[in-house]
Design a protein around this ligand. Structure first.
Ligand code: FAD
Length: 352
């Protein structure tokens, strides 16, 4: 593949994993995105959970299949970047799903769904304090999913920017619109064999049926709280998950609202997220709010990822609420397509 030149337009989690995979396969890669720090991406506001088993509750089967594959690929990616001195904050301590006693029926329902739908899912029902000793004693049952993992999105952004820079991958600080225009083909993309459109919601006006789903989250510093793995809380009205970060910081997320409004976090969402965290561990009361975040998840009507090929253009999008989980497996399929080097017009299935 060494003779192939690839332009990657949009460097969120998907564009970056594709860039790394194509570079590894020997292609010449160049990136087009106005923000090398990842600051404009939805990925930079994400929890970074790699949770295919938990997602069995509501996601399409394809998300589980690609997600299970993704767990192994993330481990390798973490090792490979680690060899170059870059950490993505990969932690593989599993995750825990809990509920308050009054919400036990919903927790039982979810537990049953996950255990039935996950072909190879390893799980254990236990006293949550046996894995997270500091969790409030009134939460007496938990579903432990030992294979799940998480990464730190900000570390991932830093690590990948560092690696790409170190390997002299050109980064063009520009926004590209109307990506498939003749004009672009004759100018910016004239020396490229392949153009990969991984602009997430930034491609909304050019990809049919792509919609935005708003997500809000809060980052807090809570030195009194001691959780070492992601904890999800089942609740009839809102979903909360807590993801530990370094330096006793915790990511608390996330809302899911059918809107592409990027305005700051709503008071209602802040109240719900923070009170749900407080109800799980009253020690969150003394936490300090470091940052609130709003990101727009790119999604198609079936909430599943999609690759569409138009000659040398590959539109890769729709990673919805699973961008971290799915990106490496989707990137692997992009590399396979490019290695075949067939310039067709088609939609490509992501399974198999
Ligand atoms: C609150 C929240 C929590 C989440 N938590 C998780 C989680 O725990 N686990 C998980 O797997 N997923 C999670 N997600 C989902 C995940 O963040 C998304 O699925 C993922 O970011 C989509 O990746 P992407 O690379 O397609 O898009 P993005 O991450 O949005 O990246 C798109 C990139 O394209 C660039 N771009 C846009 N327009 C242009 C243009 N015109 N020209 C050039 N460049 C452009 C942007 O600058 C950006 O860098 C979460 C999402 C939210 C909102």
């Amino acid at each position: 593949m060494s003779e192939l030149r690839c332009a990657i337009v949009g460097a969120g989690v998907l564009g970056r994993t594709i860039a790394l995979a194509l570079h590894k396969a020997g292609c010449t890669v160049e990136i087009f995105d106005p923000r090398p720090d990842g600051g404009a991406s939805t990925a930079s506001r994400a929890g970074g959970m790699l949770a295919p088993d938990s997602e069995l509750e509501s996601a399409e089967p394809i998300v589980y299949e690609l997600g299970i594959e993704g767990l192994d690929l993330w481990r390798s990616l973490s090792d490979e970047l680690g060899e170059h001195g870059f950490s993505i904050g990969w932690v593989n301590r599993g995750s825990l799903i809990v509920a308050h006693p009054q919400d036990r029926p919903q927790w039982l329902e979810l537990t049953e769904k996950i255990s039935k739908r996950g072909k190879n899912t390893r799980y254990e029902i236990l006293h949550p304090q046996s894995v997270e000793p500091q969790l409030d004693a009134k939460i007496s049952e938990g579903l432990y999913l030992p294979d799940e993992a998480h990464v730190s999105p900000s570390d991932f952004m830093r690590a990948t920017s560092g690696f790409l820079l170190e390997h002299d991958i050109p980064w063009h600080h520009v926004e590209i619109h109307d990506i498939n225009s003749r004009n672009h083909k004759k100018t910016v993309f004239k020396n490229f064999d392949w153009i990969i459109d991984s602009r997430g919601i930034g491609a909304k006006n050019e990809i049919k049926n792509l919609r935005g789903v708003r997500g809000e989250a809060v980052l807090v510093h809570a030195p009194e709280v001691c959780l070492t793995r992601p904890v999800r809380v089942v609740h009839p009205r809102y979903a909360l998950y807590i993801v530990p970060r370094t330096h006793q910081n915790y990511y608390l997320g996330a809302t899911q609202i059918e809107s592409d409004d990027e305005s700051p976090i709503a008071v209602r969402s802040t109240l719900e997220i923070l009170s749900a965290a407080f109800a799980i561990d009253p020690k969150f009361a003394e936490a300090r709010i470091l940052q609130s975040m709003v990101g727009i998840r790119p999604a198609f009507p079936d909430n599943a990822p999609f690759i569409r090929q138009k000659g040398e253009l590959l539109q890769v999008n729709g990673l919805f609420r699973h961008g971290f989980l799915l990106a490496p497996a989707v990137a692997k399929r992009v590399v396979k397509l490019i290695s075949n080097n067939e310039k067709e017009h088609r939609s490509i299935s992501l399974l198999g």
